[in-house]
Design a protein around this ligand. Structure first.
Ligand SMILES: Cc1cc2nc3c(=O)[nH]c(=O)nc-3n(C[C@H](O)[C@H](O)[C@H](O)COP(=O)(O)OP(=O)(O)OC[C@H]3O[C@@H](n4cnc5c(N)ncnc54)[C@H](O)[C@@H]3O)c2cc1C
Length: 442
């Protein structure tokens, strides 16, 4: 079957949908080809007994204008994250209670964190001025892992422990796996540290997947599910995009998938070497998201917010995801980096046992008996192979970074990894899709 449109979009995650949304506004013809039989990619909401559970992306910030405006357009409501009560910090096997604004560290630790924050604020400002790739200073930071920067820069045991767990939770990787520049860029793209800490301020009522599903509904004639794109033949005049059962010709193509997945497509002629080599070096983080449902949000009665950070066990962070007005208590647990990889190798039962033991370590024996547990290991998902998103190891941004977004002939790159605002978040996915669509319009 041969079809023709102005633009073929590969992937119906939020970035592909945002690209289609933009083209639709400009009256361009387009087709979105999605490998799976569902919309949303790394956004996945499951429904069980009238409750909705987000197993992928969930939280948003009030400072994310694009997603906020789409939610307003579709009249989708949000729920503020529950912040009353204390946060558990279990660092170096010492249990402490604190709040978001003041982690329970010594005055020396507070000074350490204050200076770190100041330094990061200065450096993110500098990225804006000097750019990422051509600045000699940024190259120096790209040569350091996040881990080694913390070791060099920070001086207090608990200041370091707090900043480490914060960075691990943000990245879903070990801190030795990505460069300090990668983290700086991530923070800078969110508008700085002050804004990035608002990324979990609210969540989407009835599940985050409501948004991509609503967008898809308005573009349903353009979307083709179960169509993994296998091959793109291209020239300066256009492209032919092949799936197993379809063939589309177009003037432009937007590839809206993570970089590692863009490399699974065969290109004829082949892509420039820099782009290929970039994709050889960019993999996803490791994350298992678990959602535990209890009879009541018992932690609230104990004066706890449900948020916790733990640096000696599999669960790095938890959050309260209880829907207001519902009787059940819902705790979301994030297992990242090396723990996601080791727990991912266990049987489902053994993994659940370890996880519940860890939750009980944090919240006490009442946590031992959830009434339901949901979980998703994103590395096992054939069309994600990890999450939350891709980070760059040392040297990659400096040497290969330009190939991330440089179009190749008629092919343009989207996906949250290519965003320069709120990169790696849902907001970044939308921004990248809009940007790629605008490139094709130009
Ligand atoms: C566990 C988890 C928790 C997260 N939490 C948050 C959060 O709270 N807040 C937040 O903002 N972000 C969060 N994120 C990140 C967020 O999910 C992503 O930033 C965003 O969804 C990425 O969208 P995307 O369109 O760029 O990519 P994807 O969602 O990965 O979409 C790419 C799509 O392309 C398809 N595809 C791949 N290859 C092909 C091919 N060859 N042919 C056709 N289709 C193809 C895939 O099936 C997929 O549907 C989380 C992610 C995970 C995994």
């Amino acid at each position: 079957m041969l079809n023709h449109v102005d633009v073929v979009i590969v992937g119906a995650g939020l970035s592909g949908l945002a690209a289609g949304w933009e083209l639709r506004k400009h009256g361009r013809s387009f087709a979105i080809l999605e490998a799976q039989n569902r919309i949303g990619g790394r956004i996945l909401t499951v429904t069980h007994q009238d409750s909705t559970i987000d197993l992928g992306a969930q939280w948003i910030s009030p400072f994310q204008p694009r997603i906020q405006s789409l939610l307003k357009f579709f009249e989708i409501k949000t729920i503020p994250s529950y912040k009353e009560g204390k946060i558990i910090y279990d660092l170096h096997n010492k249990r402490m209670l604190g709040s978001n604004t003041s982690p329970p560290v010594s005055p020396q630790g507070m000074l350490d964190l204050f200076l770190t924050r100041k330094k990061i604020d200065q450096l993110t400002q500098l990225i804006k001025k000097e750019g990422l790739v051509h600045s000699p200073l940024m190259r120096e930071y790209d040569a350091l892992t996040m881990d080694s920067w913390i070791e060099r820069q920070m001086f207090s045991k608990y200041g370091k422990a707090f900043f480490r767990i914060f960075s691990e939770e943000l990245s879903s990787l070990e801190l030795s796996e990505f460069s300090f520049l990668d983290m700086l860029w991530f923070i800078q793209s969110a508008g700085g540290l002050e804004q990035i800490v608002t990324a979990e301020d609210m969540w989407i009522m009835n599940g985050a997947q409501t948004l991509p599903l609503q967008m898809a509904k308005m573009m349903q004639d353009h979307i083709h599910l179960d169509q993994p794109v296998r091959k793109i033949e291209w020239s300066d005049h256009g492209a032919t995009v092949h799936t197993d059962s379809m063939c589309w010709t177009s003037k432009k193509v937007i590839v809206a998938v993570p970089p590692a997945f863009s490399a699974k497509i065969q290109y004829n002629p082949p892509l420039p070497a820099l782009r290929e080599q970039l994709c050889q070096r960019v993999g996803q983080g490791s994350i298992i998201k678990s959602v535990l449902v209890y009879n009541t949000p018992f932690w609230r009665e104990d004066g706890l917010s449900g948020s916790s950070y733990y640096d000696c066990g599999p669960i790095r962070a938890t959050m309260d995801s209880t829907t207001p007005g519902e009787p059940h208590g819902v705790l979301t647990a994030l297992i990242g980096g090396k723990y996601a990889r080791s727990l991912g190798r266990l049987s489902k039962e053994a993994r659940r046992k370890e996880m519940i033991a860890c939750i009980a370590h944090l919240f006490g024996s009442k946590a031992l008996e959830p009434i339901r547990v949901y979980e998703k290991d994103w590395a096992e998902d054939s069309w994600a192979r990890g999450g939350y998103a891709a980070h760059f190891a040392t040297g990659v941004i400096s040497e290969y970074g330009t190939a991330l977004t440089d179009p190749v002939g008629p092919i343009h790159w989207a996906g949250t990894e290519t965003a320069n605002e709120w990169r790696l978040y849902m907001e970044g996915a939308i921004q990248s899709g809009e940007r790629a669509a605008k490139e094709t319009l130009n």
